[in-house]
Design a protein around this ligand. Structure first.
Ligand SMILES: Cc1cc2nc3c(=O)[nH]c(=O)nc-3n(C[C@H](O)[C@H](O)[C@H](O)COP(=O)(O)OP(=O)(O)OC[C@H]3O[C@@H](n4cnc5c(N)ncnc54)[C@H](O)[C@@H]3O)c2cc1C
Length: 269
């Protein structure tokens, strides 16, 4: 996978378990000698309809801990994927519903360094940090399209960008973007220094996706009716921001991680 010879996907979320994945996974792994029997479903898994390998997170029935397994999509009896249709956001990615019915996985395909959900969370720290960058880019794309539109679109015989109320929105969008850029640059510095914590990643993910959501809504507003037409591009950023806000852990989950870090008190059940 590191050489791009095989493409993978990350299978954690289930049809009935999303935010509560740390303690509530229903996909099970049962060891029989040197083989693991895995059964369950995974929902929303990006790339899964076409990729080579799935990293599947399952609860070991023996010790109740979450463990990671490398599952070959094509050569594993009992493994199937149904592509999720009619998404309104992130249409560039194919998401799937994975079903595993007594899939037999060799012990050598278990991620040996993964002992519990704590290790799974180390992956989530990185992916959340990356979503913060995605959200910043999404807001920038919407702003750039909206700014150009405001300079070209005439109403009352003048570019709409000359109206004070329009400039107010553009200024607020730019402030959101600048704050998000500062935050993601700082998280990149912490990452490079080996100091990025779960709370840092959660804070950046929550803040940038919330600001992105606000920014793309203002961009859509500035395009008037054309804001909902796909060919003007802003509608795409508007829809994508909804997925960014909720995936890799929802806004609320990120704030609970931050809340636990600052108070020392866990609000998770
Ligand atoms: C486009 C897309 C791509 C995705 N890709 C992947 C992928 O590749 N791999 C993968 O494993 N998953 C993936 N996901 C799943 C994603 O991570 C989950 O959708 C997300 O974590 C939320 O889980 P849920 O949808 O089950 O919502 P739920 O957990 O059911 O949450 C519903 C609402 O309840 C709120 N809520 C839940 N518990 C609490 C609480 N204790 N306090 C306050 N509010 C609470 C949530 O914040 C949310 O607003 C993807 C999702 C999408 C939409």
């Amino acid at each position: 996978m590191a050489r791009w010879e095989k493409i993978g996907c990350f299978g954690l979320t289930e049809p009935l378990v999303g935010s509560g994945a740390s303690g509530g996974l229903t996909t099970t792994a049962k060891r029989e000698g040197d083989t693991w029997i895995i059964s369950g479903q995974k929902k929303w898994i990006g790339n899964s309809p076409w990729c080579d390998i799935s990293i599947i997170w399952a609860r070991d029935v023996a010790d109740n801990q979450v463990k990671g397994f490398i599952v070959e999509n094509k050569n594993t009896p009992g493994f199937s994927v149904e592509k999720i249709q009619n998404k309104i956001a992130l249409k560039v990615v194919q998401n799937g519903l994975i079903t595993m019915d007594n899939c037999r996985i060799p012990e050598e395909n278990r991620l040996q360094g993964d002992k519990s959900f704590r290790d799974t969370a180390r992956v989530l720290r990185m992916t959340r940090y990356l979503v913060a960058w995605e959200a910043t880019g999404c807001a920038m794309g919407a702003y750039e399209n909206a700014l150009k539109y405001c300079q070209e679109r005439l109403q009352f015989g003048r570019p709409i960008g000359s109206f004070q109320l329009v400039q107010d929105l553009l200024a607020k969008m730019l402030a959101n973007i600048t704050a998000s850029q500062c935050m993601v640059v700082r998280t990149a510095q912490l990452q490079a220094e080996g100091k990025l914590s779960d709370a840092h990643a959660a804070l950046a993910k929550a803040f940038t996706t919330a600001k992105c959501r606000e920014t793309v809504a203002w961009a859509r507003e500035l395009l008037g009716g054309n804001g909902i037409a796909a060919e003007y591009n802003v509608g795409r950023f508007f829809a994508d921001s909804e997925a960014l806000y909720s995936y890799e852990g929802t806004y609320q989950m990120q704030n609970l991680i931050v809340g636990k870090a600052v108070t020392g008190l866990s609000a998770f059940l």
